[in-house]
Design a protein around this ligand. Sequence first.
Ligand SMILES: [Zn+2]
Ligand SMILES: [Zn+2]
Ligand SMILES: [Zn+2]
Ligand SMILES: [Zn+2]
Ligand SMILES: [Zn+2]
Length: 383
Amino acid sequence: MVDWAELAARRERWLRVGSGHGKALPARLALHAQANLAEFTDYCIGSAHGPVSASLIASAVAMAFFGPPGLPPPELWRTYVDVHRQLAAKAPDPRTMNAFDLMLAFGCGWGRAVVRDGGPWWGRWEVAYPAMINQVGASLLASNRLLANQFPQFALTSDDLLELPGDFAVSLLGSCDCGHHRRECQRRCGRECCFAPHDLGSWDPLTCHLRPFVDQAVRGTATGQILGGAFAESLTYRELERQGRILRRRVEFKQCPGCGQLFDEATCPTPGCEPPEGVSVPQMVRPNWLILPEHEGGNYREMVRWVCAVCSSVYPIRFDLAAPVVGDPCPVCDWTPPSGTPPRRITLWVRRPPDSPPVGHSGAGGADGGDPYDPRAEEVDDT
Ligand SMILES: [Zn+2]
Ligand SMILES: [Zn+2]
Ligand SMILES: [Zn+2]
Ligand SMILES: [Zn+2]
Ligand SMILES: [Zn+2]
């Protein structure tokens, strides 16, 4: 009745896909569980009360793989059987359910209550928990390769790669303290984080497999790139931000009048581009940019700008002594603010040219009309 070849193939597939589960795990299955595997699965099949699918048998094997020694308490196994049957009833094709994913998560407390001092089966299982840390570690390694490619300045250290998987696993298992909350929560939940993607309890196996869920928690998306807005909701960003190593902010970009390229460097980076002279360069705001501020050793500085009411270009605020000059026209479209009404202001971050003086030496009204840092001018809303 048990298709051992099918189970072995599933296990092999799972180990390949899950990569990073630790080389000790197959050995454990071979040495410890396999001796009693037939007895274990017979016991599970016998106490499942109802029809037993191939996926449920695979689950029993996965339970032997991830669980503590000995047989599980029957109530615990039936808790899993109930979860499994509810999922199978809703799944378009129950055969695609990944029993190893499900049981790994179940062993960590997903789909059930974790009972402290309830014995090894009711707590977090001794193999499932490190397997979860390994999943997070594999995801962090992959995420760091993407970071190193796209944003080398934010790449993780070898200490990060050692320490963060364990911390993130703790977060995922229901005690995230990253300070991220659902939009509608407004910090009323009384917890330190209630953002669903940071909580394994919110994982829906019918929506995605375990690893993409972990990827989303670790880097904000399961896709193969770092996206500023999504990354800012990830455990990795929250940790780096806490250490002052990264910020997601609005950044001022210029648009080249020659080739249309957006850039935040001093000149257009397009090779061979020679922008026409005497044409003013529109400046615009891009949200969700990942930066390092200059007070943390980076080269972005917080600035306040006027916003043109007609063309939305942002432009520098000049100062007359300490007071801003409110009547300056937009340098792009010549719009002039109605007298007595200052244009809208916006706080954003500007990439500092490599030869400009470090922070603290920039006086009001520099050569380019550089405005002084004034965090009170407008609240930064994207934290
Ligand atoms: Zn969190
Ligand atoms: Zn969060
Ligand atoms: Zn909350
Ligand atoms: Zn250009
Ligand atoms: Zn304008």
